[in-house]
Design a protein. Sequence first.
Length: 398
Amino acid sequence: MLEVKQVSKLYENQRGVHSIDFSMSRGEIVGFLGPNGAGKTTTMRMITGYLNPTHGSIAIDGLSMSDHPRKARQKIGYLPETPPLYPEMSVQSYLQFIADLRGIPMKQQKHRIGEVIERLGLQGRERQIMRSLSKGYKQRMGLAQAILHNPDLLILDEPTSGLDPKQIIEIRQLIRELGENHTVLLSTHILPEINTLCNRVLIINQGRIVLDGHPDQLAQSMGETFEVSLEVKGPREAVLAELRSLPQIASVKPLADVLAAAGSAATDSAALAPQPNPDAPEHGVGAEAVPAEPAAGQALSSTVAAEPTVRVLVSATDRVDVREAIFYRMAERRYPILAMRKESLSLEDIFLKLTTNEAIDPNTSGDVASGSLANNSSRLANKSGTTASSDKRGNPNA
Ligand SMILES: Nc1ncnc2c1ncn2[C@@H]1O[C@H](COP(=O)(O)OP(=O)(O)OP(=O)(O)O)[C@@H](O)[C@H]1O
């Protein structure tokens, strides 16, 4: 549907985008993410024919934008960040004006405008002057003018920017519906928007595409290992030994050992004293035994057995999903699993990793774009540190 090949844009004294290369298939909803000044708008304006690339080529459905600009543009609907509305016009007269501009035959105009008004929930507002529309309805009008000529490809530049939460939900729902019949490229600064709307994400930084993939697969492709955080009730050393004996377990890192049996401080202070953890120096994570919660927890002391709770981060080799193996082994040994969670990088982690301090090496950006970022160890260190410190924050005695 869309082919962007080796496209660069040089402004007078600086580079807008550099050798952008991607394609989109029919039916995809692609999220275009990047920090301020990364090159999103420049890319979108080139795709829509508003700007000419300095190098490279763009084709819409096989039609070259430079050789057949009119025909290629006919296949595109564009919602710029600020919708191009005329405040003095009414909803109906504005859409008629756009229909004329788009060359929709007179005979079809009434029917098509009616369809679009219904699709975007603008019924009853046909005679309203656009100046008096709310921001959400102005955005609907922006979408209406973008889809009026029934284009195959929709380019939406920050479609929910500046809307209130209710309007955001409504516009997202509209985009989802439009995605059923159109191919959509949308730029946004709102990361959860990508997860809820898009089946693919492109991340651009400093004018280069640094990542391209499915939102769910990105996290996995950027991690070296499959990781599970786990909370198990049972004797600490025995639980650790069982986990370490499982095949395909690369490491078991205790995060903190928490005595669930509150109140045992009063009866068994020795049991609550922080225990040295043989794993702590090796892994550098907070693995000391943390005293139990005071007051509120103490009320539990008469009902909860003084069984320690072991909290660990388990990493598997070759990204193997080890959750079932862990479950069955713990069940076999009668160590109840209180919590088990697959750990992964959030889209926010990925975005920050790719767009903050880490300089993009042009020689390796191809690898990065295919999602094969290798070193992930600093994140692990961070995560362990964060978990350990948040444990302490959550425990006034720590
Ligand atoms: N008309 C222009 N003349 C010169 N430089 C420009 C022009 N338009 C954009 N740029 C520069 O090109 C780079 C990319 O800008 P662009 O507007 O495409 O980024 P963006 O990702 O859309 O940013 P934002 O999220 O802030 O809208 C920036 O460094 C910007 O300053």
